[in-house]
Design a protein around this ligand. Structure first.
Ligand code: FRU
Length: 484
């Protein structure tokens, strides 16, 4: 693995010519995705500023241009009219001010009248590398993003330096704006800080810490908090760190949700049930629900396929990271149900591969009849190996094991995970791209997302007799063009 010095990781990009070779190398990889957003070069991580505005979906991602390393972060901008075909637009936010001198970190988008604003964390570090996170805002204009001359507010000194990832909401009943900030307390509890203002671009003051009964001690930092109202209920999504959680191996980075009621007077989120994993897979983090979705029955979500601290085989080719496909979230009681956006069906083409063979980009519709069952993806010619999915009908548990793949990675975190179901396994809808798998289980009540890097020989699939599979090939919908 390449060792990066701080200077290399935090180098400022002066011209696109400096990364043209990295881009070319990345784009030539056999693991380059065809219908998933991926970094134009180097590393992509959290989705940022996801918003629908004037007929266009805008998404940004955390981006280090130089290679597969977390360093000086930019916001890279992509747009779409249907959430499936995405266009590279170039840099959205660049770390070019004193208050964001070491990175434009994560944040959210907000539509205000005819205008669109991006709220982000200015990651400032001084000469002793001491960090001060600022909550900043930039206005989107057709000429690009115009940063406001100064931040909205700085960090509180009665919390740790980890205070970032603003999510902005407007609460109609109070005619008031609120910002949720992911934070860590001085005694290292994960939490969320809330600020309020009657005006979007000024007058912000600290309102207090978000209270979530039962979650006073839950992880050490809550990254990327996000809240949306779906069908009359509040859904709070966040990424707690520095703790292991049941059924998640040795991972200390998670993405969970709570369904309940947010009270903006008492700053209390009262969950109706225990937390649930937003996804049960190996690589899923920092989910963001889009702002301005014009339908109060659903939210639209995109997530980073990856985990902080993890490493991926494409690091050898100087890039890593990818976004999930856009998913619709609806509620069933107090459970989230996820489905790929309908428009993805436009990508379907007849699958002409022989039975038992995978295409590089495909969708599989899988039905399970009663009893134990197996579906092994990316098997070798003799049917062995692969990314194995096995179902135990007695315990109603799906076990996914990637340890039989030729390319193994993050073995110390986990290679096998269970998905415990509340009901029998009925179906799966599986989206395969060159280096990822997204599985929607039982009509989206559970999902499982992972990176996978099959070698040329790992292109088969097998299944037990009580499983039936139909397949589509999927057309490409994300261009790998060099726009910076
Ligand atoms: C989550 C995160 C955020 C931060 C960003 C920096 O992955 O650590 O909390 O804003 O990434 O890239």
């Amino acid at each position: 693995m390449k060792e990066w010095s701080r200077e290399e990781r935090y180098r400022i990009l002066k011209s696109k010519e400096e990364i043209v070779d990295v881009h070319k190398r990345n784009a030539a990889s056999v693991y380059r995705q065809s219908y998933h957003i991926q970094p134009v070069s180097g590393l992509s991580s959290d989705p940022n500023g996801f918003i629908y505005h004037k007929g266009i979906w805008h998404l940004f991602y955390q981006w280090t241009p130089w290679g597969a390393v977390h360093g000086l972060k930019y916001w890279y901008h992509v747009t779409s009219t249907d959430l499936v075909h995405w266009k590279n637009e170039g840099i959205g936010l660049a770390p070019d001010c004193d208050y964001d001198n070491k990175g434009c970190h994560s944040g959210s988008g907000f539509a205000y009248g005819d205008d669109m604003y991006l709220f982000y964390t200015g990651n400032h570090r001084d000469e002793n590398w001491v960090r001060t996170p600022y909550t900043c805002v930039a206005q989107y204009t057709p000429e690009g993003l115009k940063k406001m001359p100064s931040p909205l507010f700085g960090p509180r000194d009665d919390y740790a330096e980890h205070q970032r990832d603003p999510k902005v909401v407007y609460v109609k009943e109070k005619d008031m704006y609120f910002i949720f900030i992911g934070a860590m307390s001085e005694d290292k509890r994960g939490t969320t800080l809330i600020y309020k203002s009657s005006s979007l671009l000024e007058g912000w003051s600290f309102a207090g810490e978000l209270k979530v009964p039962g979650y006073e001690y839950f992880g050490g930092m809550w990254e990327c908090p996000c809240i949306a109202n779906i069908d009359g209920k509040d859904v709070f999504v966040f990424s707690p760190q520095y703790t292991t959680l049941e059924g998640r191996g040795n991972s200390t980075n998670h993405n969970v949700y709570l369904v309940g009621k947010m009270d903006y007077d008492t700053l209390t989120f009262t969950p109706e049930t225990d937390y649930r994993y937003l996804d049960y897979g190996f690589d899923f983090y920092a989910a963001q629900m889009a702002a301005n979705v014009n339908d109060d029955k659903k939210a639209i979500m995109i997530t980073w396929i990856g985990l902080p601290d993890n490493h991926y085989p494409t690091e050898e080719e100087d890039y890593e990271g990818s976004m999930t496909i856009a998913r619709e979230l609806r509620l069933k009681g107090n459970r989230i149900v996820q489905s790929p956006v309908k428009a993805i069906e436009q990508l379907r083409e007849e699958c002409d591969e022989e039975e038992g063979k995978l295409s590089k980009a495909m969708e599989m519709l899988v039905d399970f009849n009663e009893g134990d069952a197996s579906l092994h993806l990316f098997t070798k010619e003799n049917g062995e190996g692969g990314f194995t999915i096995d179902y135990n009908a007695k315990t109603k548990t799906i076990t996914v094991d990637k340890s039989h793949m030729d390319k193994r990675f993050n073995e110390h975190v986990f290679e096998t995970l269970d998905v415990p179901l509340d009901e029998d396994l009925k179906n799966m809808r599986i989206f395969i791209d060159s280096s990822s798998v997204e599985i929607f289980i039982n009509d989206g009540l559970y999902t499982f997302t992972a990176h996978v890097y099959p070698t040329e020989k790992e292109c088969g699939y097998t299944h037990s007799d009580n499983v039936s599979v139909s397949r589509y090939k999927l057309k490409a919908s994300v261009k790998d063009d060099f726009v910076v």
